[in-house]
Design a protein around this ligand. Structure first.
Ligand SMILES: N[C@@H](CCC(=O)N[C@@H](CS)C(=O)NCC(=O)O)C(=O)O
Length: 234
């Protein structure tokens, strides 16, 4: 059994989507980011970086003691290698998969994350900061669009952990105010992934998120933004 320490955010979804896609048994430990549960000593013993996600695999493949892993990209690689799924095994396919995973970890995630913070959460709106992170996110979207114009999936012919990692972030493009207009290949890929059962389920873990587009969810959205504003100023 795998324990998953997570919250309803793109980095958390990456792992719940992968666990769903792989059909692995897991138990969810919801971490309340607003109350700073991620900085509690008992959680820092699991993830010294004080962030979600993290996992503990109580039945690792080496048959040894439970293994604890933090950093969503490392967790995705671990799960793919544990099951022999969602990552090609030939050297070219494996490297294609890892390079698009790293592209998400080092580019899409940090840039969209900062675009969200400056565009939506920070009470002071600093135009140069907003522009910098939105422009960089859009540039990275264009890189993805070109790749997806030549290949059905990021790693090649098959859906992989690289698609999961990038999709969990790119699907939140409205949160960071970045457009996907005139990116037909990216939109084709976004639409293709969102109907997959594992993806639909994975993004409701640990809780379904209020749609940030939905007027009926206006109150939930206002509370969410207020909580996030408090968090980013700590
Ligand atoms: N590089 C890390 C980033 C993890 C991360 O930034 N997680 C966010 C949620 S998406 C978090 O825990 N934020 C809480 C905080 O900043 O205190 C990963 O991919 O696992």
């Amino acid at each position: 059994m795998i324990e998953l320490f997570t919250a309803s955010t793109p980095n958390g979804w990456k792992v719940s989507v992968a666990l769903e896609a792989l059909g692995l048994a897991y138990e969810v430990r919801a971490i309340d980011l607003m109350s700073q549960a991620q900085k509690a000593p008992e959680y820092l013993a699991i993830n010294p970086n004080g962030r979600i996600p993290a996992i503990i695999d109580h039945a690792p493949t080496d048959g040894g003691a439970p293994i604890t892993i933090f950093e969503s990209g490392a967790i995705l690689v671990y799960l793919a290698e544990k099951t022999g799924q969602l990552m090609p095994t030939d050297v070219r396919g494996r490297m294609a998969c890892l390079q698009w995973l790293m592209f998400q970890m080092g580019g899409i995630g940090p840039m969209m994350g900062q675009a969200n913070v400056f565009f939506r959460y920070m009470p002071e709106k600093i135009p140069t900061a907003i522009m910098r992170y939105q422009n960089e996110s859009r540039r990275l979207f264009e890189v993805l669009d070109r790749r997806l114009g030549e290949s059905e999936w990021l790693a090649g012919d098959a859906f992989s952990i690289a698609d999961i990692a990038n999709w969990c972030w790119v699907r939140t493009y409205k949160w960071s105010g970045v457009s996907v207009n005139e990116l037909p290949h990216l939109r084709r890929w976004l639409d293709a992934i969102k109907t997959r059962e594992a993806c639909l389920k994975g993004v409701t873990i640990p809780h379904p998120m209020p749609s940030l587009d939905d007027d009926e969810a206006a109150e939930a959205k206002a509370n969410f933004v207020k909580g996030a504003q408090t968090m980013v100023q700590r």
